[in-house]
Design a protein around this ligand. Structure first.
Ligand SMILES: Nc1ncnc2c1ncn2[C@@H]1O[C@H](COP(=O)(O)OP(=O)(O)OP(=O)(O)O)[C@@H](O)[C@H]1O
Ligand SMILES: [Mg+2]
Length: 308
């Protein structure tokens, strides 16, 4: 998926490929601007006017969402099969409607129920995310940030979706509240048998909640597979560097490394491997040829010339 701009195409989602199975929780991680939100918006086909899906497929139970008509995506897929907690959504709640009304409205719009049933469902949803049903008539400004975040999570669950995409659900919350929201998400996952795609730049949050991981860099996936396998043995130099930038609480003290430089401009991404200008292990081929995915182990894929 590229964005068309007057300066050319911004190649925001390029050859991105991953799978989310039933009850899987996939963490999608990477630096700011690497295409995480764009990937999610592409899955839901919720793209701005200048976005173009150039090629590729998004398959849900054998059906390609890229080929589906807008009307069908709206009626059958969004909210009902795949829903999303948008980045910064807690600040986008309507200030003059009660939170209950905002959830009820979503249910009434998408499901064939009367308003009494919709209100009952809203109360249940609020309780599910740890907010007392009595707070149904509260306005957003009467709730704390953590509660608002839980309200938008409840909203995403309104139509019993199979997959929930949560885009930076805990950014802007303090660590204690972050932990509470994560706990709610984990409980929901096991209670409702949901699949999650959790988007964040916070790797520690992914280790708390996910079983699979895709590391994105500059619009591409650099490494992908089983979370534990990647943590145990990161293969891509980018993943390696990212992980060593995190302190270990229990391990021996060591100096944290950082990755020099900045992610590239996606209007003119570097030729070859997009990470090569910052890669400590870059070879000649990395500057010239784009690497292709290599299956390193059973459930561990890396896109790097070191392994081809
Ligand atoms: N509507 C748009 N038109 C043109 N370019 C866009 C548009 N939206 C996003 N981009 C560009 O696409 C790239 C990917 O952006 P995206 O929002 O997907 O990143 P992200 O990984 O979600 O970042 P963050 O962690 O900051 O949320 C960026 O280079 C961004 O500038
Ligand atoms: Mg984003």
């Amino acid at each position: 998926m590229y964005y068309q701009t007057i300066r050319g195409y911004v190649r925001a989602v390029d050859d991105v490929s991953f799978k989310v199975g039933k009850e899987d929780a996939l963490g999608l991680a990477g630096e700011s601007g690497c295409g995480k939100t764009s990937s999610a918006l592409t899955i839901l086909r919720l793209l701005p006017w200048n976005a173009r899906i150039i090629d590729g497929s998004i398959t849900l139970d054998g059906e390609d969402l890229v080929k589906m008509r807008d009307k069908d995506i709206r009626k059958k897929i969004r909210w009902k099969r795949i829903s999303m907690v948008f980045q910064g959504a807690m600040n986008a709640l309507h200030p003059t409607y009660s939170v209950g009304k905002q959830i009820t409205e979503a249910i009434l719009l998408h499901e064939d129920v009367d308003s009494k049933e919709a209100v009952e469902r809203t109360e249940k949803l609020l309780e599910l995310v740890g907010i007392e049903a009595e707070k149904i008539n509260r306005f957003p400004h009467e709730l704390s940030g953590g509660m608002k975040q839980r309200v938008v999570t409840a909203m995403a669950l309104a139509c019993n979706p199979d997959i929930v995409i949560a885009d930076e659900p805990t950014t802007a919350l303090d660590v204690i509240v972050q932990a509470q929201v994560l706990k709610v998400m984990k409980e929901l996952q096991s209670k409702l048998k949901l699949s999650w795609i959790l988007i964040t730049h916070d790797l520690s949050m992914i280790t708390e909640t996910c079983n699979r991981l895709a590391i994105m860099y500059a619009g591409k996936v650099a490494e992908y597979g089983d979370l534990a396998a990647i943590y145990k043995e990161p293969l891509h130099p980018y993943t390696e560097r990212l992980l060593s930038a995190f302190p270990s609480i229990v391990g021996p003290k060591s100096e944290l490394s950082s990755i020099p430089g900045f992610p590239p401009d996606l209007l003119v991404p570097p030729p070859g491997c997009r990470f090569h200008p910052r890669c400590p292990k870059a070879m000649d081929i990395c500057r010239k040829k784009e690497p292709v995915p290599v299956k390193a182990k059973k459930d561990h894929e890396v896109i790097c010339h070191l392994y081809t």
